[in-house]
Design a protein around this ligand. Structure first.
Ligand SMILES: Cc1ncc(COP(=O)(O)O)c(C=O)c1O
Length: 394
């Protein structure tokens, strides 16, 4: 197995800008030990067999509801990832819309161009349309354009906190106002940064409001397995109203085994992921997450300063958290990326506009000087070179 992975990107030393996240060595070990302790248990059986896991899941959800300022009566559950949380939110919303008389099929979802692809995945399965509108200032959602794109068939508005491509938080306050005025479901996709944003706020960074404190936010997804620093697969989906979670549930009893109910697309779920999320959250606590947030904020500033010190490179947007995207004047940024690849760095790429993208976690601390040195050399090579044939892939 080790031999099979011999050509893998050296992600442990920060050479992968996506897919993997790291908070602290201790949190990693705590998560791993808890996962292994519950390696065989199945979270599907939490209600009938694995009561400890059920309690852990409930407590993880409680911590999340508290963190995202959910009002009394709000509920949530764990899922296996951001895509599944989004899928279930869209399903709940669709079923809510079906029960309304003033919203008519075929249904559509109105989202910024920067929203995650998972909304289209969900829409594809459920035969919904997604209307993606160009982003506005600073690559944040253009709320006026979104409002203009809505019609009697619109069931959901989407805002990201932050969006994956640019790491900026959409104007959720304005989206919340729009959702209330139009009686539309607003889903906040806080999958990528949701679990660290509150701690950036607490260490004094300027984080715009994005959670249930805004009354139009009806559901919110936040991934534990990203900047919650918990092992995969683990995410949370939260609903402001208990009735909405009921809409998200799947119930079926026309088969030999009787009543079957799940809040997730998956049936069997790794018990280890539930136990690990519980353990990591309790291990880190508020102080632990704040300490990591402080390190990440400083690390991001250092990367941004280093990148902007290289002639021709500039940040497309000032990052709200630790997700960066930078572009180039006077050279093709994809040619820079191609040169970085030859130095052993997996480049994250975006298009419209072209950029180099990275989600910085503590994996990226030790390699910063090497990264910036290779980036400066790559920019020099690209300045005198041509364009690159690289394509943006996730
Ligand atoms: C903003 C956002 N939403 C949703 C997702 C999907 O999450 P997952 O890959 O866990 O399904 C991601 C993944 O990066 C994301 O960045």
């Amino acid at each position: 197995m080790t031999e099979m992975s011999g050509d893998d990107v050296d992600w442990r030393h920060g050479r992968a800008p996506l897919y993997v996240f790291h908070g602290s060595d201790a949190a990693h070990e705590v998560g791993r030990a808890a996962f292994m302790k519950y390696f065989s248990e199945n979270a599907l059986g939490g209600r009938r067999a694995f009561f400890g896991l059920k309690r852990m899941e409930d407590e993880v959800v409680e911590l999340g509801l508290d963190l995202f300022q959910a009002p009394d009566g709000a509920v949530g559950n764990m899922t296996t990832g951001g895509s599944e949380s989004i899928f279930m939110a869209v399903k709940a919303c669709r079923d809510w819309a079906r029960a309304q008389t003033k919203i008519t099929e075929p249904f559509n979802i109105v989202a910024p161009y920067s929203a995650h692809a998972a909304f289209n995945k969900a829409a594809d399965v459920m035969d919904l349309e997604v209307r993606r509108l160009p982003t506005g200032e600073g690559y944040r959602a253009d709320v006026a354009a979104m409002a203009a794109a809505m019609d009697d068939n619109t069931i959901m508005l989407v805002g990201s906190a932050p969006c994956f491509p640019h790491g900026v938080i959409d104007p959720i306050q304005s989206l919340s106002d729009l959702a209330l005025e139009s009686d539309t479901w607003l889903h906040v996709d806080a999958c990528v940064g949701g679990y660290v944003a509150p701690f950036f706020q607490r260490i004094g960074r300027n984080i715009p409001d994005y959670d249930f404190a805004l009354p139009g936010v009806r559901s919110l997804s936040a991934d534990l397995h990203k900047f919650g620093f918990c092992p995969k697969p683990a995410s949370n989906l939260f609903y402001r109203f208990e009735d909405d979670r009921e809409r998200g549930l799947f119930h079926f009893d026309q088969w030999p085994n009787g009543q079957f109910s799940t809040a997730t697309l998956s049936g069997t779920r790794a018990g280890g992921a539930v136990a690990a999320a519980w353990a990591v959250m309790h291990h880190l606590g508020e102080d632990g997450y704040m300490a990591i947030a402080r390190q990440l904020a400083d690390l991001t500033d250092a990367y941004v300063d280093g990148i902007e010190a290289i002639d021709g490179l500039y940040l497309l947007a000032k990052p709200d958290l630790s997700i960066i995207n930078f572009a180039a004047h006077g050279m093709d940024i994809f040619a820079v990326a191609e040169a970085m690849e030859s130095h052993g760095w997996l480049p994250g790429l975006t298009r419209n506009p072209k950029g180099m993208h990275a989600m910085l976690s503590m994996f990226h601390a030790a390699g910063r000087a090497d990264y910036l040195a290779d980036l400066a050399a790559s920019a020099t090579a690209a300045r005198s070179g041509g364009t690159s044939e690289l394509k943006a892939v996730y």
